[in-house]
Design a protein around this ligand. Structure first.
Ligand code: SF4
Length: 448
């Protein structure tokens, strides 16, 4: 049972030093009990208290790792029902299904899709680096061979799926060094699969026919000493699976029900034969609240929107994506190339730099740190005004790179042009277009 706020308070130093950012130890204890603070924020807590508090301070959805090294997939660790309350922590893994009944050519083609369907967006790489290997043949040697083939041909993290313990064991032993997720322990095989998970050090998925059975199954696995647990409610209809996701998250967060406090796995691949419906179902699970989503196949036209949705939902709403302040050289500029200024909201930077790149006009773009706010928002907040832009540009070193003294500002901050001319003596301030899509004709007509 998790500790209450008062029980936690008794274990804290009670000095009210405020180093945790909260006025009193009692307030910190209450926040910890509600899952809204992290124990690490208190630098004065004793080691003995730390170990006693570890359960209370663990997130209501326990963190789980699949795989090893830099590419390991981290799941769970969630503390809120709704993103705006704080943030969602670990984006769901998106997996492609590969069967041991598929030909080698089909397996290789699917692994190639995992590798190739990778996208750059706002400076981040979007990819679905997870494969779900399903033992449909019932042949242990065949399944182990598939695991070996995938291991050799891909760096993707793996889920091994079989309802036969001997087949699952053959796959797990073949891929143990990659620390795959073993799917699944059930009420009939829990002891054997728990032993296999302990032997190989792999995470294990618990699968049951309903949530009551699932809770008693995770209790059994946890009692066997397993910590890396993922849960599969067994639902394969959209409605039931959706309800289960919401009930599981709510039980773990609002009722502090530890037995369901694990990341989940869902199978849109088994809910429809229609690829577009499958993509829509998956989109729903990205938002509500899957830890892993298994697709029947990857198609660029449906995978890309899913990856973008995942990026948007798992971006911290309190910390906008930002680009580093500085001078960006686009299309190999020279001393006669135009100079523009914009804010460091990543989306703004990538749209503006993309339009400049497409114009093929060699240019300098100066990106001002506006704390990740867009041009309009930062200007309205007083973070993108003449007295802030001018000194930043003058100190940036751009005057060594260009002969002219002309600065193009976004059309939205035209009102700052007078102030900039005051602050930047000898410079001509030019008001550029409001919309980045109009940059190409503007730059083509520009003269030093
Ligand atoms: S940092 Fe620790 S000791 Fe200081 S107020 Fe917070 S909980 Fe109390």
């Amino acid at each position: 049972m998790p500790l209450t706020g008062i029980e936690i308070f008794k274990l804290l130093p009670k000095t009210n030093c405020q180093a945790c950012g909260v006025p009193t130890c009692l307030a910190f204890a209450m926040a910890l009990a509600a899952g809204k603070a992290e124990l690490a924020k208190c630098p004065h807590v004793s080691e003995e208290a730390k170990s006693k508090l570890s359960e209370a301070s663990a997130p209501p959805i326990l963190p789980v790792t699949i795989g090893t090294g830099d590419k390991a997939l981290k799941l769970g660790g969630e503390t809120v029902m709704f993103r705006h309350e704080k943030r969602f922590e670990n984006p769901p893994g998106i997996a492609i299904l590969i069967s041991d009944k598929m030909s080698d050519a089909e397996v290789d083609a699917r692994l190639k899709k995992v590798k190739d369907l990778t996208y750059e967006r706002v400076g981040l790489t979007l990819t679905a680096n997870l494969v779900a290997l399903k033992a449909e043949s019932g042949d242990a040697a065949k399944f182990a061979a598939l695991v070996g083939r995938v291991k050799a041909g891909s760096d993707a993290n793996m889920i091994l799926i079989s309802d036969k313990v001997d087949v699952l064991a053959a796959g797990a032993r073949a891929g143990a060094d990659k620390k795959p997720l073993l799917h699944a322990a059930t009420k009939d095989n829990a002891d054997a699969v728990a032993a296999l998970a302990k032997e190989t050090g792999c995470a294990v998925a618990a699968k049951a026919g309903n949530l009551d059975e699932l809770a008693s199954l995770t209790g059994k696995l946890a009692a066997a000493g397993l910590k890396n647990i993922v849960i599969d409610s067994g639902a394969r209809t959209v409605r039931q699976a959706f309800e289960d996701q919401v009930v599981i998250r709510s039980a773990a967060l609002n009722k502090k029900f530890r037995a369901l406090g694990y990341p989940t796995i869902v199978f849109p691949a088994e809910m429809t034969n229609n690829p577009m419906k499958e993509a829509m179902i998956s989109a729903m699970f990205v938002a509500k609240y899957a830890g892993i989503i298994v697709l029947s196949d990857f198609r660029g036209e449906s995978l890309f929107p899913l990856l973008v949705e995942r990026l948007n939902i798992y971006t911290d709403p309190q910390r906008p994506l930002a680009t580093k302040q500085g001078i960006y050289e686009i299309n190999n500029p020279n001393e006669n190339s135009p100079l523009m200024v914009t804010s460091n909201f990543s989306l703004t930077y990538f749209i503006v730099s993309g339009e400049i790149e497409n114009s093929k006009v060699p240019s300098f773009l100066y990106v001002k740190d506006t704390e990740g706010l867009s041009v309009m928002t930062s200007w309205a907040a007083g973070k993108f005004s003449a007295d802030i832009i001018a000194p930043a540009i003058l100190k940036s070193g751009i005057t060594d790179k260009i002969k002219h003294r002309k600065l193009i500002i976004p059309g939205y901050i035209a009102a700052e042009s007078g102030g900039l001319e005051e602050e930047m003596k000898g410079w001509e301030i030019m008001v550029g277009p409001r919309d980045a899509s109009h940059l190409t004709p503007y730059l083509k007509a520009w003269k030093a």
